[in-house]
Ligand binder design. Structure first.
Ligand code: SAH
Length: 223
């Protein structure tokens, strides 16, 4: 079973949105599990300190390597990938979601403040992962995004297995436009090919539309 362990100063943020709908139903059905651990449990002294000022000066606070290592070591190394959410990380992609969804789960460290002491990244072999080129205030929202993308790919979570196959990024293409009833809305009709009942024609229309959208919006995907 896919097991998610979050290390965070805000365990109450989980499961959060993952407690609803597809992911929430799957959680209730035991198709995956989630535990959020309080980093402060490993903090130092009476005040459970987890951070300190940056060596060399500068703004903000840095999370201590010794505290984070204690939190990471507590569950033991059971072979799950250990991620550190970070804007400097490898860009999170659908291919990574597929790979991780097929594995035993993830341990995700969600920092706050300016970041973490570099030595814990090296010392514990953490994989830094970014969800995009912008700066969030903490790793929790990024971890939720990564887990959401993984969980929906766990076998049995999505109703129809094929609904994962024709989606954006699978096969290097963005998804084709979707339509539903009514047939006409504010003078806009559903493309005629989709109403033709001709499966080959529908497939061709969708393929061409996906290629056009990808070319226009994300030529870097190389679809
Ligand atoms: N000083 C850091 C940013 C700190 S933001 C820098 O310039 O790189 C605080 C925390 O939010 C980060 O440690 C990281 O865990 C999380 N975070 C912010 N943006 C993120 C992103 N795009 N992807 C993943 N995590 C992010």
């Amino acid at each position: 079973m896919f097991r998610a362990t979050l290390l965070t100063l805000f365990p109450e943020m989980f499961p959060g949105p993952l407690g609803f709908s597809l992911a929430g139903d799957a959680l209730a059905r035991g198709l995956w599990s989630l535990e959020a651990q309080q980093l402060r449990a490993h903090g130092l002294g009476r005040h459970r300190v987890v951070d300190d000022t940056p060596a060399g000066g500068g703004p903000g606070m840095v999370m201590r390597a010794d505290v984070l290592a204690a939190a990471l070591d507590a569950p033991g190394d059971d072979g799950r990938p250990r991620l550190l959410m970070s804007p400097r990380g490898v860009p999170f992609r659908q291919a990574l979601a597929r790979e991780w969804a097929a594995g035993p789960g993830l341990v995700i460290l969600c920092p706050r403040f300016e970041g973490v002491d570099e030595r814990v990244i090296e010392g514990r072999g953490l994989m830094e992962v970014s969800i995009g080129d912008y700066v969030l205030s903490g790793g929790e929202v990024a971890a939720l995004a990564v887990l959401d993308a993984c969980v929906r790919l766990i076998p049995g979570v999505m109703g129809k297995p094929e609904s994962g196959v024709s989606e954006s990024f699978e096969g290097g293409l963005l998804e084709y436009p979707q339509y539903t009833r009514p047939r006409e809305w504010e003078g806009r009709a559903i493309p005629e090919a989709l109403l033709s009942g001709d499966h080959a024609r529908i497939a061709r229309w969708r393929r061409e539309a996906a290629e056009r959208v990808t070319r226009e919006r994300r030529p870097d995907l190389g679809g």
